[in-house]
Design a protein around this ligand. Structure first.
Ligand SMILES: [Zn+2]
Length: 398
């Protein structure tokens, strides 16, 4: 089974809109920045980019216009979870993150027993069919017990051809990414099986060495799941997987930029080492994103969220984040002083390329009219999804 390309023009039943938005700076992502620019769209598709007087009165204006954010790794938000397998909760997660600028979202599932995982994948494939999510990310269950983080160690296991085939069948082409630990027995054939089916393989929750990580990349792995977290540290005599991932030009590097998972200085190191076109800022958000502190479930594990930090009750391990993409981007701008072109890449274009998503992640004619309007300080002002300007208290009038 081969992963289908997600074409925004084929979303079923999704609302679409027409109009023009303008900004002091339009950052297309990959292309030239446009000062005093505008973007027009019809029936949810971008039809023009220009400078100077817009062709009609803009429906929204802000300091900066970026492509809508693409989050390739997210478990939940608004008190809801993708692992629930409930359509209402799945939609709620997508809606909550959309309000924070995520116009394209890949739904992540933590490790589970196979029967549970099959049911969750079927529910998310349904949501993907309807354009609510852009695909499914299996984070495990083929990951290392010693780096299980917020995954139930009891359900972790080596991959088998049959189990992968069954999950791919349940996913109906929508499983877009799988995180696995390449040191597990059978991992290399599993990588080849997944890549052959069009699935992106991510190295993560691993105890592997430099050599094994390099072998996995040679087999086709192209993503690092939350680089730095849930893997051996970079040592000058024991470089481990991080050295392999940082130096492989074909590997996209996820970073959870919440100020908790990695120090801002380490994000700077990652950007300097890998360049702005390989780093992917994602959320790894769980149910408490845009919801209150307190007790939550992540997969089968009890999690407590205190002061916006989620931890597994039994072990104290960090259990995903409470991050939203607008917060991650704002932090990158304000703490690291990242430029707009880099922000456009790390928050949208790189993830779209990493996941093979077409028609999203850039402002170009023919793409989905998925846009975020921001202040100079990278505070979210307005979100446009498929040409529809989302209502919200922060919406500005021109
Ligand atoms: Zn995760």
């Amino acid at each position: 089974m081969v992963v289908s390309a997600v074409d925004p023009r084929e979303r079923l039943g999704a609302a679409v809109g027409s109009g023009v938005v303008s900004a002091d700076l339009v950052v297309p992502g990959g292309g030239q920045e446009v000062r005093q620019g505008w973007v027009s769209f019809e029936a949810g598709i971008l039809t023009g980019i220009g400078t100077g007087a817009p062709p009609q009165t803009p429906v929204a204006h802000a300091d900066v216009l970026l492509p809508g954010f693409v989050d390739q790794h997210c478990h939940g938000g608004g008190g809801a979870s993708f692992s629930s397998a409930e359509p209402d909760q799945i939609r709620r997660v997508a809606d909550v993150h959309l309000r924070h600028g995520t116009t394209t979202l890949v739904a992540s599932l933590v490790s589970e027993a196979v029967a549970t995982l099959l049911a969750q994948v079927e529910a998310l494939a349904e949501a993907a069919d309807r354009g609510i999510v852009a695909g499914i990310h299996l984070e495990g269950p083929w990951i290392a017990r010693g780096k299980c983080g917020a995954h139930d160690p009891e359900v972790l296991r080596p991959p088998t051809h049959l189990e992968i085939a069954n999950l791919l069948a349940a996913g109906r082409g929508f499983i877009r990414q799988v995180t696995l630990a390449p040191e597990l027995p059978g991992a290399m054939p599993a990588i080849e099986q997944l890549v052959g089916a069009g699935v992106r393989v991510a190295i993560g929750h691993t105890e592997c060495s430099l050599d094994i990580a390099q072998e996995a990349i040679a087999c086709g792995a192209t993503v690092a799941t939350h680089l730095w977290n849930a893997m051996p540290p970079l040592g000058h005599r024991q470089p481990g997987p991080i050295a392999a991932l940082l130096t492989a030009p074909e590997v996209y590097l996820e970073v959870v930029n919440d100020g908790v998972h990695v120090d801002p200085a380490v994000l700077r190191v990652t950007l300097d080492a890998a360049g702005g076109t390989r780093v992917v800022v994602m959320t790894d958000a769980m149910g408490a994103a845009d919801a209150s502190d307190g007790p939550y479930l992540l997969g089968g594990l009890d999690v407590m969220v205190t002061d916006r930090v989620a931890r597994v009750v039994a072990t104290g391990a960090i259990a995903g984040s409470t991050l939203t993409m607008d917060e991650a981007v704002g932090r990158a701008r304000r703490v690291l002083g990242m430029g707009w072109q880099d922000l456009s890449n790390v928050a949208a274009g790189n993830a779209a390329r990493a996941m093979g998503l077409v028609g999203v992640g850039a402002i170009e004619v023919g793409s989905a009219a998925d846009l975020v309007l921001l202040t100079d300080h990278a505070e979210l002002v307005t979100v446009v999804k498929s040409g529809v300007v989302l209502p919200g208290p922060a919406t500005v009038t021109v």
